[in-house]
Ligand binder design. Structure first.
Ligand code: 8GT
Ligand code: MG
Length: 129
């Protein structure tokens, strides 16, 4: 199986909240909460993909990022490589441009949300910072 390269954004605001979006139920890992992002297209760097996806999915203009971590995870039906960046500078008001629910969640409450299995180390890391 070909591993899918995914750019993922952990968007943090100044109240120590992180932006979550709900994956549409018909998609892979549908119905779960995710950090906005998507597949890196050919000819694109992961940071270009991150900037494009956040604009397309949640209407945010990314201004500043820093690398957080990478995760390789094998789902039964899909292999992903998540390239995760913290977004600590952005402009705009977050909204679900694809009709998805979005919300700002307190970092210390992240355990209350259902995430794709691959995301567990991200939650661990955010709560240890
Ligand atoms: N965006 C995002 N994808 C994640 C996360 N965790 C995780 O396992 N994934 C997986 O990474 C893959 C990325 O996909 P995506 O569906 O967002 O890709 P995309 O926006 O380019 O969608 P598209 O294929 O409809 O254009 C999916 O298989 C998804 O299940 C996460 O926190 N955020
Ligand atoms: Mg996406």
């Amino acid at each position: 199986m070909k591993r899918i390269h995914v750019a993922v954004g952990v968007v943090l605001n100044n109240q120590n909240q992180v932006l979550l979006a709900k994956r549409p139920s018909h998609l892979h890992q549908g119905g779960k909460w995710e950090f906005p992002g998507g597949k890196v297209e050919s000819g694109e760097t992961s940071s270009q993909a991150l900037i494009r996806e956040l604009r397309e999915e949640v209407n945010l203009i990314v201004i500043a990022t820093s690398p957080l971590m990478t995760i390789s995870h094998d789902y039964p039906d899909k292999e992903v490589f998540l390239d995760i960046h913290t977004v600590n500078g952005f402009s705009g008001l977050a909204e679900g441009l694809e009709g998805q629910q979005v919300l700002w969640a307190n970092v210390d409450k992240l355990r209350e949300y259902d995430f794709p299995e691959a995301n567990t180390p991200i939650i661990d890391k955010l709560q240890s910072l």
